[in-house]
Ligand binder design. Structure first.
Ligand code: NAD
Length: 460
């Protein structure tokens, strides 16, 4: 364990300080928000190398992947700097309602207050600091709790935050499950959690005791469907690349693939080909490690119990190095070990099924965070879209809908509730407060509104 965990007294102080600061009102000033957002940008940009090194220590992540996610985080913060002034102005609705035409109606975007952000280990930098950017833009104060499993990033954020950010407003607290449960015993005005569905149930239950709203950014088993009209080679290439990234430890990673029997053989061959290409320079050097021994053993256990046919990769991974080869398993049935839980690793089960059968199976399972359709027939795409529900969808690729800054990112059902990214994060952390004002002279024309409702009282 690299980081010292926060003590109960540290946590109490952090919550009380955040609460006092929010009450004091300085985080509501838009100039302050912009300043702190810029400071957050520099916290990342000044220390790119340190972030890359910490990500390498925590996840064995190749530099290219780290640069990609750090660039995404920096762009996200800049997006907030550019738009916060406009967002904070609130809105004046164009309503036909009599009162809004005569009086004034405005929607104030009020910061909710003190927010608590709990992060996961798989993108320990961006999935903690991007929600923080949204909270700062919204005018909230925030406590952030990085994952204890990515201890080097947690350490780095603990060290850098007070150097760049106003510590009275934004505090880092550290710990594992029991410390986080203690943190959750306090009252916040919003809880933002990214992590697994089982842990989310504890987080939501703890927040519910205080009637605190939550955003739950969760995971699940994201499927891909390859129809007979798909570009099979490109589908295989893009799925293999998505699975390679972060060694499949991405909430949006393709968990399993449904492939039409007409293109099944060709797809599996191209998947083998592309995996070979992507790993030809030595998988051990370029692919992330599995986060810890427990997860490594979990993945090996699932693989050892599969009844499917391993067509690429396989068992016998180096447990000490926490490495695991991309492993493609064909002819998998829905009752197989590989489909018993979210894989969150570089294993890829293939199920032979046409898109209609795939839809039947998908709708019998919890709503996934993402759904991927590889097809060039619009009627097939429409059928899948019209008969399923998921957090988001990318057509003929994977992961990419989450990279569009203007659109909401979030799950549905077991894959989560609420959303962020761009203005949607700002909306999450603000309350839309309607303020209507009425002129005194209205009574000269609307005397009828007062009991006993005599219409003769309506004219001057
Ligand atoms: P996790 O649920 O184990 O942990 C997430 C956070 O919760 C950590 O900070 C951890 O310290 C804390 N925690 C753990 N147990 C707790 C408990 N009992 N009470 C209170 N807090 C507790 O998740 P993880 O292993 O860090 O991340 C992997 C999961 O997160 C996967 O399911 C993945 O799909 C999901 N995920 C979702 C997104 C998204 O944006 N939707 C992004 C990344 C990961």
């Amino acid at each position: 364990m690299a980081s010292e965990y926060s003590t109960r007294s540290d946590i109490d102080t952090a919550v009380a300080t955040s609460r006092d600061t929010f009450r004091g009102g300085r985080t509501k000033d838009v100039r302050y928000r912009k300043w702190q957002l810029k400071q957050l940008y520099w916290l990342v940009a000044d220390n790119r190398t340190a972030f890359i090194e910490a990500l390498h220590k925590d996840l064995g992540r190749p530099e290219f992947e780290s640069r990609l996610s750090i660039k995404g985080l920096e762009d996200d913060i800049i997006y907030h700097v550019k738009h916060v002034e406009q967002w904070a102005k609130g809105e004046t609705p164009k309503s036909g309602f009599l009162f809004t035409k005569i009086g004034t109606t405005h929607i104030r975007h009020e910061p909710r207050g003190v927010v608590f952000i709990i992060g996961p280990w798989n993108f320990p930098d961006s999935l903690t600091l991007a929600p923080l950017a949204a909270a700062i833009a919204a005018g909230c104060t925030a406590l952030i709790k990085p994952s204890e499993l990515a201890a080097n990033i947690a350490d780095l954020v603990v060290r850098l935050a007070p150097k760049y950010l106003d510590s009275d407003s934004y505090r880092v607290v550290t710990g594992g499950a029991s410390e986080t449960q203690y943190m959750l015993s306090h009252k916040y005005d919003h809880v933002f959690f990214t992590g697994s569905t089982p842990v989310a149930r504890h987080v939501a239950a703890a927040a519910a005791k205080h009637l605190t709203p939550t955003v739950l950014e969760l995971g699940g088993q994201c499927p891909a469907i390859i129809t007979k009209s798909a570009n099979v080679d490109l589908a295989a290439k893009r799925i293999a690349a998505a699975k390679f990234m972060n060694a499949g430890q991405i909430c949006l990673s393709v968990n399993h693939v449904f492939v039409d029997s007409a293109v099944h053989g060709g797809f599996v061959k191209r998947l083998q080909h592309w995996n070979q290409q992507f790993t030809s320079e030595g998988e051990n050097d370029t692919m992330c490690t599995i986060i810890n021994e427990r997860n490594h053993a979990r993945l090996e256990g699932l693989l050892n119990r599969t009844k499917g046919k391993v067509v690429y990769g396989g068992t016998g991974h180096d447990h000490n190095l926490l490495k695991m080869k991309t492993t493609v398993v064909d002819n998998v049935s829905m009752s197989d070990s590989l489909l018993s839980e979210e894989l969150f690793g570089p294993l890829l089960p293939i199920i032979e099924a046409d898109y209609k059968r795939a839809v039947e199976i998908i709708t019998s399972m919890p709503h996934p965070l993402a759904l991927y359709i590889f097809s060039h027939d619009q009627s097939e795409i429409d059928y899948v879209l019209n008969n399923t529900l998921s957090g988001g969808v990318t057509i003929n690729d994977a992961l990419l809908h989450a990279a569009v800054p203007e659109v909401p990112f979030g799950g549905v059902g077991d894959s989560g509730m609420g959303a962020y990214h761009g203005k949607h994060g700002f909306d999450t952390f603000t309350h839309k407060r309607v303020v209507t004002g009425m002129p005194d002279w209205l009574d000269r024309f609307m005397g009828f509104r007062y009991p006993p409702y005599n219409l003769e009282n309506s004219s001057p």
